[in-house]
Design a protein around this ligand. Structure first.
Ligand SMILES: [Zn+2]
Length: 236
């Protein structure tokens, strides 16, 4: 392995289908098992930012995530944007989701829905025992604004999820420009065919089995570079 081999954290937002545009859980029911199979075959440990609502509806799915060695993490309770919530509502979302998710094991990493979390609420995450927050993205302006000092480690996403479904030469060019540590993210609903849904193009193009093939080729590409795949809690 060369010394400049990247560290890669593959993350999954385990949530309802393409919020807020669709309703349903085809991603959890059909996309997730296929993704877990792929991660198992590739030997890639991942981090699953899961809503409390999904964990309550699909406990067997969450048990599989945990039993296969992945990190279980928190993605709020109902996939409501925290920027639309008052402080008491935000606190209720966090407390309720944590109570459900921690029945399955330790949960110390957090990512807000839509990658939007008010700085004024960061203390709520600290008080709920979180150690890491991945609610920022390097491709969003908010990441570069001043942040409140916090005990949380901020670990931004590197690229938006639809990049992974771009044609491979374009995807490779994109990812070549991303510095280590690389934080990738996908959603289980991307592995369900949504091409005929009335959705924004970036939500639906190349969804379904072809998206799985894209993820496989990307993970293989990183493996060829000697990448180390880590769960978010292992990032240093
Ligand atoms: Zn989400």
């Amino acid at each position: 392995m060369s010394s400049d081999a990247p560290v890669v954290s593959f993350t999954v937002d385990l949530e309802p289908d393409c919020p807020p545009f669709l309703r349903g859980f085809r991603g959890v029911e059909h996309g997730l098992p296929a993704l877990l199979d792929l991660l198992g075959e590739s030997g890639v440990p991942a981090t699953f930012f899961t809503t409390g609502d999904v964990a309550r509806r699909y406990p067997r799915a969450v048990e599989r995530v945990v039993s296969e060695g992945h990190e279980l993490a928190c993605h709020g309770m109902t996939h409501t944007a925290f920027t639309s919530l008052g402080r008491a509502e935000a606190e209720a979302e966090i407390v309720e989701s944590v109570a459900i998710l921690r029945r399955f094991g330790p949960v110390t990493s957090f990512r807000a829905p839509y990658l939007r979390f008010p700085e004024a609420y960061v203390d709520l995450l600290e008080r709920s025992g979180f150690e890491r927050d991945s609610s920022q993205a390097k491709y969003k302006a908010a990441y570069y604004r001043k942040r409140r000092p916090s005990t949380l480690r901020r670990i931004p996403a590197s690229v938006t999820s639809s990049v992974l479904r771009l044609p491979s030469p374009i995807r490779r060019a994109y990812l070549a420009a991303v510095s280590s540590p690389v934080v990738l993210f996908v959603h289980p609903w991307e592995f369900v065919d949504l091409r005929k849904e009335k959705l924004r193009w970036d939500c639906r193009f190349k969804t379904g089995d072809v998206a799985l093939t894209c993820v496989k080729s990307m993970l293989d590409g990183y493996a060829d570079q000697g990448a180390t795949f880590v769960r978010m809690r292992e990032m240093v």
